[in-house]
Design a protein around this ligand. Structure first.
Ligand SMILES: Cc1cc2nc3c(=O)[nH]c(=O)nc-3n(C[C@H](O)[C@H](O)[C@H](O)COP(=O)(O)OP(=O)(O)OC[C@H]3O[C@@H](n4cnc5c(N)ncnc54)[C@H](O)[C@@H]3O)c2cc1C
Length: 412
């Protein structure tokens, strides 16, 4: 069921959004249901055409694991987003389990109509015997960077077997209790549908050449607005020095496989993760290559990813390779996100490998900075793994609250 539109936080504004990827859809949905007149422009031909990086992503919500290559700000934005995702998902309409026609996917994988699959069961780090050095480097790094109580917790093989009976082979395991995952295919489709139902107008197949305060220069002419959001990812060049970082993934169909949470294999040579998806699918990813080559997955990446996946989930032996994908992560020179606000213009970019992890919190900060939020301050630290407060620079807002969400704590 879709959330009821909420009262505008201030008189309704005309908002123009360049880019209908992950950020553009979250913005459109939040702003439209807050009562603003929202128009979104994207080069993609339609709402369920895979083009945006958001479609390709695994959807891991891993603030601690990502500390391997991210800073404290990304970590805090991640904790904040973990607080926000349940309210966001609660208000979204149901969509097909696989929201596009794809004959390569087995019919059983295409559920009719489902709520967006958001899981908060933690995630696992695994290592094989002989890989202790590589594992210790990562686990020690995470333990050193994460606040007390958030560090990876070592578990024995018996506990691992209880949590994940189909995992066989690794000699070492750690649980990250506060982490989660979201089905990115379902969420991308539901966000666009929810935004449209709330009144947002999408202009598909319409490129934006330039975003400036109060105006978008589109292929169909100049669009004036009270505020412009530029969230074109790698398409925001030359206005931002953003580059694309190639990532390749594989989807496997594995009927009967039991996997409840994402896992990462701490491998000495490559990063490999496996994420369960609806319809007996698992997603295995991902390469990270400094290249803007969007061509199909290489043999080398396929072999490495699938061999690593099979080494911890032997039941995958008879899985079928049903889908592969390649996309570009939008990254700035420092690999950190940027949020720029001026009169009439907001730019968000550089979400790199953390878009699903930090997107909602960044959107929240962007709306607050643009004066589009007037709601009470959020209860800080509410949903953090151990209750440790996570300072945030923006408050939980009316647009983010689901219609039946718990009341907010008093504002200051
Ligand atoms: C293999 C892989 C795995 C990933 N896994 C995870 C994960 O597990 N967890 C996580 O948090 N993140 C993950 N990510 C990262 C995440 O997908 C990105 O950070 C996120 O999608 C970025 O969102 P965005 O809205 O900035 O860009 P996008 O989602 O790419 O959206 C940009 C949009 O702008 C449009 N556009 C571009 N140019 C123009 C133009 N000129 N005019 C109009 N529209 C334009 C595009 O069509 C697109 O729709 C992964 C990424 C990859 C590639």
């Amino acid at each position: 069921m879709s959330a009821a539109p909420q009262a505008p936080s201030r008189p309704s504004q005309h908002i123009a959004i360049a880019g209908a990827g992950l950020l553009g859809r979250v913005l459109a949905w939040q702003l439209a249901r807050a009562g603003h007149a929202v128009e979104v422009f994207d080069t993609a031909p339609g709402p369920v055409t895979r083009g945006a990086t958001g479609w390709t992503a695994a959807g891991m919500l891993s603030p601690v694991s990502e500390l391997e290559c991210a800073d404290e700000n990304v970590y805090r934005l991640g904790l904040r987003s973990l607080q926000l995702w349940p309210g966001l998902v609660q208000g979204l309409p149901e969509v097909p389990g696989v929201p596009f026609d794809d004959t390569s996917l087995p019919a059983g994988a295409v559920a009719s109509s489902v709520p967006v699959d958001l899981r908060e069961r933690g995630s696992l780090l695994l290592a094989h015997r002989g890989d202790e050095g590589a594992a210790a480097r990562v686990v020690d790094l995470l333990a050193g960077k994460a606040p007390a109580g958030h560090a990876p917790r070592r578990i024995d093989l018996q506990e691992l077997a209880t949590l994940e009976p189909d995992i066989r082979g690794p000699a070492h395991a750690w649980l990250l209790e506060g982490e989660g995952q979201i089905d990115t295919w379902q969420a991308m489709a539901a966000l666009a549908l929810g935004a449209e139902q709330a009144g947002a107008r999408f202009h598909w197949g319409c490129a934006v050449d330039r975003a400036e305060p109060g105006a978008l220069h589109t292929a169909r002419g100049i669009v004036k607005a009270d505020r412009v959001f530029d969230v074109r990812g790698t398409g925001a060049r030359p206005q931002l020095p953003v580059r694309g970082v190639r990532g390749e993934i594989v989807h496997l169909h594995a009927p009967g496989l039991r996997l409840n949470r994402p896992l990462r294999l701490l491998h000495p040579r490559h990063r490999v993760y496996i994420v369960p998806r609806a319809g007996d699918r698992v997603m295995v990813g991902a390469s990270e290559i400094e290249s803007e080559d969007r061509s199909p997955i290489s043999l080398r990446t396929s072999v490495e990813l699938m061999a690593a996946a099979h080494s911890v989930l032997p039941a995958l032996a008879e899985a079928r390779v049903v889908f592969t994908d390649t996309n570009l992560r939008p990254a700035l020179p420092d690999n950190l996100p940027t949020l720029h606000t001026e009169d009439g213009l907001t730019r968000i970019n550089g979400l790199f490998r953390h878009g699903w992890l930090i997107g909602p919190a960044l959107v929240e900060q962007a709306l607050a900075a643009a004066g589009l939020l007037t709601a009470p301050l959020a209860p800080s630290g509410q949903a953090t793994p151990t209750g440790a407060a996570a300072p945030v620079s923006a408050s939980l807002s009316a647009p983010f609250a689901a219609p039946h969400a718990a009341p907010q704590e008093a504002s200051t």
